[in-house]
Unconditional design. Sequence first.
Length: 641
Amino acid sequence: MSAPAPIPFPTSADAWVGFVDDRANARLATIAAIDARLKDPAGLSTAERLALWNDADIALLATENEASLLSEAHPDRAVRDAAEAQVQAVDTLASARMLDRDLWRAFADLDGDGLDAEAARLLRHIQRDFRRGGVDLDDAARARVRELADRDTALSLTFNRAIREGRREIRVSPDALRGLPQDFLDAHPVDDDGLVALSTDYPDLMPVREYATVRETRIALMAAYNDLAWPENDPVLTELLAVREERARLLGFTDWADYEAQPRMIAAGAEIPVFLDRLDAASRAAAEDEYAVLAERLRTEVPDADEVTLADFWYLLGAVKHERFDVDAQRVRSYFPFERVLSGILAVTGRLLDLDYRPVDAPTWHSDVHSYDVYRGERLLGRIHLDLHPREGKYSHAACFPLAPGITDRMLPEAALLCNFSRGLLEHDEVVTFFHEFGHLVHDILGGDQRWARNSGVATEWDFVEAPSQFLEEWAWDPEVLASFTANAAGEPIPGDLVERMRTADAFGRALEVRRQLGHANVSYRLHVDRPADLQGTVEQIYATTSPVRPLPGVHPYAAFGHLTGYGACYYTYQWSLVIAKDLRSGFPRGLMDPDAALRYRTEILEQGGRRDAAELVEAFLGRPYGFDAYRAWLAEGDPA
């Protein structure tokens, strides 16, 4: 049997639209033929029905993954539009299949007798998904659910497109850039009108919010960033929330949060506020203490300041860390040239997970993309694509996009990172983000040796999926790990004592960051459950009551809150996963590069993909169920008292 081949991306610019459409249409035709056979299942055993369903899953996932990536990353608007149309087509088909009673009858009465544990679990999930899709509803309700599902997809695509294309600029005087690093100033020359352009792209936003000593500059750029995709997305989000509410109730759920939570670790929508209350109790007092320190520091520059705003938050954290802990963020960034960080992450994860990344000269969607085949020994495990710098029309945050589901002996797993890093020096926060997203990437590849498509890669419960990526962030704080790849202009690696001070300083502000994440989680949940008429006022109030750091007044951050489409009401998952990630650290008692612990982690969690429930994966690695204590202890490290 020949080895599975990677995706054959076009070699010419004019072939891309055909590539998107032809591959999608061929796969959709394959699914139609599979479904026709399943609707007349006479003579098919349970195992044969599952195998056919798996063939359709492979075609659906491969089509949606390719189209989703290209809709967010291809530089040609026509290709992005074609890809968006295919995302819509695939989602429409997926929803329609879950409402098809003839298709349902092929699985409705099967009991799993004679199946192995993994196949029996797959059958249970198929049956659950049909019921969640609405197959048991009457004809009128099924038709309405299908209409609502299609509308959800269309609105979500529109919402994301507005964010992707919502780049803003402000113009400021050169004097307004006081405090910015010299390389930043060199990259931002004064225009003919005597002003300097600053964009909401991350390479501008992150240095400005951290280093600009002119408060008005920070406020102006943060306000522009918080108004991305507004007012365009205001009516889009309003309708999306209404669509989801009606759909959830038709399907028999209390609200959209309850619908989304059912197949996750948390299990019920009502448990979300219970978990958020637990986070609130764990972080409130420490956050108030941290806020008092920031407020005092702000008044040394702005004596009449009566509140710390979101535009002050990162700047003041950096100032306090510099003055209290001798951590100069500008010195720190001097050790993180982009190219060294890239090669370092490849080297560190390669050593940790026994991987070899071999560059490949293969066509992709843009010349910025670097592709690597991932090997262990001489065995090809998958292919990764790194698209790491901003450009017009590209996804504007940082995320891992699965491309091809990994199916044993049939399909090579592929995935891509879409990020927006500077080509020069990186902030340490960006290095942490890089490790985080690379955690998703290796999870997708290592979990891509699966029999069933729905178990491939990161296909675990959605409130676990962030845990492996959050856990890999730990390596971005390890002195030995960082010393292995960092270097300043003189070629010197970052000193171990500086990294230790960075770790100590990182604990300060931790509770406030948890409160910020708690605000996002409450916005995500409350907008879907309460469906307020005044989106702006409600969101501002949620942020204002969740954290002592004040939101900027009158802005509309919800209009560019991209997680509202994919994560819906369940942004809580980031902190839920972090609770698990902090406990995973106890599985490496002899250090983060311990080969025995790394092998156990790789085999018990990453390589499992989604073939077992997440709680079982964690218990297999830790030897016990995960708990809250490690998270609570991590949070307590930041107490300024």
